[in-house]
Ligand binder design. Structure first.
Ligand SMILES: [Mn+2]
Length: 332
């Protein structure tokens, strides 16, 4: 299936191909584009291919330098005979390159997101595998089908994309692990991949997290540990730090000039065992103290105008009420 699509695409005999990533390209997009370029160089040495993207995210920019990937800038689209969009399920995601269909040239999509109807309407060349945790894994399979062993640099790029999108293999399937071992055999270095994907935390954020620890109060409600603190910035990050430190619920407030912001996080375990949904709880808080709250079951926020201490007091009271009939935390 993918082989037929690939063959049909190259039967259009392109001489110059532009490989495009979605805007704000993440490592899966950038590394897949890089690997595709190398696959084309192997299969059709006569074809010239370039990579471009509207823009790159922070981590992709550092990978770009590490792997010495060249990104074509200010490219005139009319000089290309064909386009390949990676990790992208519709042209809108291409940002400044969204106009590619107007050139009526072959466009191939290689992606692992749910296919968008508009994409299948504009092109027959679509390689999509929604079961794949990354586009890099699909590109790895294209190498395999073509019987080509990726070079060490290509293997490294594919493992980077795969590791990034699978959240360090939390979302990996059997085939992701098999692909990863093949890529390591081909010269990819997993510890180096992990190192490259690490985003350094700004000093100010680390200080905010440490201050949150220092100012923290612990509340015990039916054995559930609720950590409450305050910072002047990075309240969401401070919440995550308190959860990582062992709290079941973290509540971190930030007092600004004319507003208060409260960030909350809970563990999945807390949500599952008690049924308490922080998003709903914060919405409820908005009806008690002036402000607007909402979010997800284990991550929610509140913005208000009123007294900070009062808001926290009401929030704790709400949690206590919800926990009245809930399971107590199991003691180990
Ligand atoms: Mn992806």
């Amino acid at each position: 299936m993918t082989r037929n699509t690939l063959e049909a695409f190259f039967k259009t005999r392109p001489k110059k191909i532009l490989i495009l990533c979605h805007q704000n390209a993440d490592p899966d997009a950038l590394c897949s584009a890089y690997a595709i370029k190398n696959l084309i160089a192997n299969l059709f040495p006569e074809i010239e291919s370039l990579i471009s993207a509207d823009n790159l995210n922070k981590i992709s920019s550092s990978i770009l330098n590490d792997l010495q990937i060249h990104i074509a800038k200010d490219t005139k689209l009319e000089i290309f005979d064909a386009f390949i969009a990676v990790d992208t399920n519709n042209v809108e995601q291409l940002g400044c390159y969204r106009s590619v269909p107007i050139f009526s040239k072959p466009i191939m999509f290689i992606d692992h997101h749910t296919p968008h109807i508009s994409t299948t309407q504009i092109t027959p060349y679509v390689i999509i595998d929604e079961t794949s945790s990354s586009t890099a894994e699909i590109v790895y399979k294209l190498f395999k089908e073509a019987g080509i062993k990726p070079s060490p640099d290509t293997a490294m790029a594919l493992l980077l994309g795969m590791t990034y999108d699978s959240k360090h293999f939390l979302l990996a399937s059997d085939s992701t692990f098999k692909a990863a071992t093949d890529l390591i055999d081909a010269g990819a270095d997993y510890p180096a991949v992990v190192e490259r994907l690490r985003i350094p935390m700004p000093r100010s954020e680390r200080i905010a997290r440490l201050k949150a620890m220092n100012r923290m109060q612990i509340h015990d409600v039916r054995n559930w540990i609720i950590a409450v603190s305050n910072v002047s910035a990075y309240e969401a990050s401070a919440c995550r730090a308190l959860i990582e430190a062992g709290a079941d619920i973290a509540i971190v407030g930030a007092k600004r000039k004319n507003e208060i912001r409260i960030s909350t996080r809970a563990t999945q375990n807390f949500h599952k065992k008690t049924g308490v949904n922080l998003g709903k709880l914060m919405e409820e808080l908005g009806t008690i103290v002036k402000g607007v709250g909402g979010g997800h079951s284990t991550a929610a926020g509140f913005n208000g105008k009123e007294n900070y201490t009062k808001a926290i007091k009401h929030l704790l009271k709400l949690i206590e009420n919800h926990l009245e009939n809930a399971q107590p935390a199991p003691l180990d």
